[in-house]
Write a protein that binds this ligand. Structure first.
Ligand SMILES: Cc1cc2nc3c(=O)[nH]c(=O)nc-3n(C[C@H](O)[C@H](O)[C@H](O)COP(=O)(O)O)c2cc1C
Length: 385
């Protein structure tokens, strides 16, 4: 596949993977992207996952014919992109490996070789001339590993964005939900903690004239780039993307769930544009994390369980706070038959979070919802509208 006249896609699609990075469920596989830039000098951009060595090499050879690559540019050392460095360096012994110093240290750690005899160490601001194409390297530390470089091709105005602008899903399976849904789950699942670092890279990108974004996962983005850049700006600044309320609940016997459904009904009746209801025991945890960052108003509902919140709720909140959850309003529903303490326990989890406010109303149920609880639910809904 051509990205531009001189840039070819040589990545692969993985239809067999079940969990990405050991935890993210994949309904539609995964893509590991790699690119070849053909000029007076030829550069290969990153490698692919270990299970796709043959396919990747064959893709490269199909593009190159009898030519040989001059450079392998390693932007990111996660194994799904670096696993075939050894293969390519053995296949082409004269090829120079171009990467950050920290990446070469990691190459030694992962693959026993830091290519001291055939490497070019680059950093922010350095350039590499291929002929017509000049590559500018952009430091992108902690997006989302420390050694990451992005690369801008001044000729075709392509930003090779490493894992930035990546998405779950193989490139040969159409995503019925469009780009944003699985890109958001990927972003908040994997990069979410590093909003400040993403903002820094976006600032650098704003000085570049970009026509195409070529990430290491997901489709090449070549039109309407403002849409993707705006979403990344909202996500990385912990802004609110969509109007509405997200409710996440843990319920043992169903009464807390019933209260959440009642809250959803009341909110919708009062005109709330969207209520996203998530059962923490049954929904994909990362879909729920994604929703918590998408909306600005959140309700956390939990049974009291051994004098604290239910374990799934604890895990969920940990997932938010470790990703620097901020700029949100949170309301609580708790249930407990003898000493309800879940709301207090949940609130405490956010004591070190930035710019979190809490509703005045907390709904406290002692088994099944009663009339007083229904009035509290009304009051909670009113605070959000
Ligand atoms: C293992 C276990 C531990 C519980 N611990 C407490 C507790 O510490 N304090 C309390 O008030 N209720 C406790 N409960 C009771 C539930 O919180 C309570 O019955 C609640 O109404 C259940 O709501 P649900 O119908 O949404 O599951 C516990 C229940 C279970 C199953």
């Amino acid at each position: 596949m051509k990205v531009t006249k001189d840039i070819q896609y040589v990545g692969v699609n993985d239809h067999d993977i079940d969990l990405f990075e050991g935890q993210f469920e994949l309904e539609r596989g995964m893509a590991y992207n790699s690119y070849v830039i053909l000029d007076e000098k030829i550069a290969v951009m990153d490698s692919v996952d270990v299970n796709f060595s043959k396919e990747w090499l064959s893709n490269i050879k199909e593009v190159l014919g009898s030519k040989k690559p001059d450079y392998l540019i390693v932007q990111h050392m996660e194994p799904d992109h670096s696993a075939n460095i050894t293969l390519l360096t053995s296949e082409y012994p004269d090829m120079v490996v171009v990467s950050s110093m920290q990446a070469f240290t990691m190459m030694k750690q992962f693959y026993g070789n830091d290519y001291a005899d055939r490497r070019m160490v680059v950093k922010e601001g350095n350039t590499l001339e291929l002929g017509k194409h000049t590559l500018q390297f952009i430091g992108a530390p902690m997006v989302h590993w420390p050694e990451v470089l992005m690369t801008y091709d001044t000729c075709d105005k392509v930003l090779f964005s490493a894992d930035g602008f990546g998405k779950f899903g193989a490139n040969d399976i159409e995503d019925p939900e469009g780009w944003a849904c699985e890109a958001r789950r990927y972003y908040f699942g994997i990069v979410g903690k590093y909003g400040v670092q993403v903002q820094n890279v976006l600032k650098k990108a704003s000085n570049l004239d970009i026509s195409i974004i070529a990430p290491l996962h997901g489709p090449v983005l070549d039109e309407n780039l403002g849409y993707y850049l705006d979403l990344y700006n909202t996500w990385s600044s912990y802004g609110v993307e969509s109007e509405g309320v997200m409710i996440a609940y843990s319920s043992v016997y169903g009464h807390t769930q019933e209260a959440c459904k009642e809250l959803k009904r009341v909110l919708e009746e009062k005109g709330c544009p969207k209520v996203a209801l998530n059962d923490l025991a049954r929904e994909d945890m990362h879909e729920t994390i994604e929703d918590a960052f998408r909306y600005g108003k959140i309700v956390l509902a939990s049974v009291t369980y051994n004098a604290t919140m239910f374990p799934h709720m604890k895990t969920f909140i940990d997932n938010l706070t470790e990703r620097n959850y901020q700029n949100r309003t949170i309301g609580f529903i708790e249930n407990g038959s003898w000493a309800p303490t879940a709301a207090k326990a949940m609130k405490k989890e956010f004591e070190n979070s930035k710019n979190i406010s809490f509703t005045n109303t907390t709904v406290t149920i002692r088994g099944a919802m009663n009339e007083a609880n229904k009035a509290q639910i009304e009051a909670l809904a009113d605070e959000f509208l």
